[in-house]
Design a protein around this ligand. Sequence first.
Ligand code: HEM
Length: 482
Amino acid sequence: AREKRKKYPPGPPPKFLIGNLLDLPGKRLGQTYLEHGRRLGSDIVHVSALGNHVIVANTREVAEELLEKRARNSSGRPWFAMTKMLDWEYNIAAMDYGDEWRKHRKVCQQHFNRVAAKSFQPIQLQKTRRMLVGLLRFPEKFMLHNRMHSLSISMDFLFGYQIDTLDDPAILAANKSLDIGNPLFTVNGSLITVFPFLARVPAWVPGAISQKRAAEGRYWTHEMKRIPLEDVRRRMDEGRATPSLVSQLLEKKNTVGIADEDEQIMNNVAFTVYGAASDTTISVTNTFFYAMSLHPEVQAKAQAEIDRIVGTHRLPEFSDRSSMPYIEAIYREVMRYGPPVPLGVMHTLAEDDYYRELSQVFANIWAMTHDENVYKDPDTFNPDRFLTEDGELNDDDRVLAYGFGRRICVGKHVASSTTWITIVSLLACINIGKAKDEFGNEIEVNREYDDDGLLVHKQPFKCSIVPRSEVARKLIEEAALN
Ligand code: HEM
C-alpha cells in the first residue's frame, strides 16, 4: 500500500476512509486547489476518499501533458452509479470513452464545427436583437433577459422550440434535472458517486443523492426530453415546424427513413446540448455585464472601435468580427476572468498510465487563467492583455474555459459566436454602469459568485442599462420589427 501511496502527487492529509471528503469545500474550488498546490509546492494536487482518487492539474502544462499528450488514456468519464439512476445515460458529457461516445461526438462535430456552426447565426442574431428590445423595456431584469436569450437560441436551433417565458415547462424541467445531475460532475461528486454501492453512502456525506431525489431526477429528465420532442412532432404534423436539428432529422425519417439508432443519437445530442449550452453561456454574459458595470473605460474603448468599423447607423453583424480586435479581446478576457466551469469536467485516467489506480483528473481552469506568471494582475479585468502594442490581437488565442483534449467543448464555436454577437450588440447600443439609489448615489456592485462546484454564476447585482443614444434606441426598435 505504501508503494501505491507514493505514486500519487502530494495532497492534504486524508482521514481514515472518508479521506479528504470533509476538508473539501463545495465552492471556490479553483482557488482552494491552487492554494493547496502552492502550500505543497506542487502543480498537481491529489485528494482521495472512499478509495477514489482525484488529481487536480493546476497548470496548463500539466493539463496538456495529461489530457492531450496522453489523450488515449485520459479521455474517459467515470462510471457513475448515479447516471443510471437518474436516467442520464443520454448525456454525452457523461459517457465513457468508447464507441457509444464516439458516435455521439461525431454527430456533434458535424453540426457544431466552425463552418456548420455558421448556420445558427441568423437565430443568434435574431434572439440577440430581441434581448436588446427586452433590455430597453425592462433594463433592471437584465439577468432574466440573458437567461431567456441563451435558452431561446439553443432551443430554437435544436427543436425550433420557441420560449416566451422563463416559466416555460421545458425550461423548468431541464433546470430541475440539471440541479440534481450536475453535482455528479464535481470533485466531491466524483469522490463519492463513482462508488458502486452508492446507496450506502449516508445522506450526510456532502453530495450524496438520496433514492428519493434520484426518483425526482428521473421524472424531470423524462419531462425535459418529452416536452420539446412532442412539441416539434406536433408542429411538424401541423405543417408549421421551423427548421431545426431535430425537425430535419424527423423530416428525413418521414421521407427516406433513418435507423432508430441515428434518431436516438440525434435526440441525445439535443438533450445534452440544451443543458451544456445554456448555463455556461448565461454565466459568461452575466460576467460581461458585471465587468462592464465596473469598467466604463473598457466600454468607451470598445464603443470607439464599433463606431469606427460599424458606424452608428446599423447594428453589428457577424461579418464585422474579424475587423474588431478590441471586441475580440473583451471576449477572451471575459472567458479568462470568469470561466463558467472553473474546474472543467473530470477525465478518467486509465489504469497503468501515470498512476497505478484509476483516478479522475480535473483541469483547474481557474488556476490557469489566474496564473500570475502568465496573466499579470489576474484579478483585474483588462482586455489589453490580449493585444500587442499596436492594438492587434496577440497569439494567446486558446480559450482555456473550453477544457482539454478529446473531450474539449464540442460546442465552442457556437458558444463563441453567441457570446460575441451578444457582447458586440450590447456595446453598440447601450451603456452599462453602476446603478444609483434614490438620492443619486452609486450602488456598490455585488462582486460575489454562486458556485455549485461545477458551474459558477454571478449573484444578482444591480447595474444601470441605458441606450447609448436616440439613434441606438431607434436601431433597437427597428430591429424588433424584423
Ligand atoms: C461559454 C460557453 C461554454 C463553455 C465555457 C463550455 C465549457 C465546456 C467544458 C469545460 C467542457 C468539458 C471539457 C473537458 O472535458 O475537458 C464542455 C463539454 C461539452 N460542451 Fe461545452 N461549453 C460551453 C458551451 C457549449 C455549447 C454552446 C455547446 C453546444 C452547442 C456545448 C456542448 C458541450 C458538450 C456536448 C460537451 C461534452 C463533450 C464530451 O464530453 O465529449 N458547450 N464544455
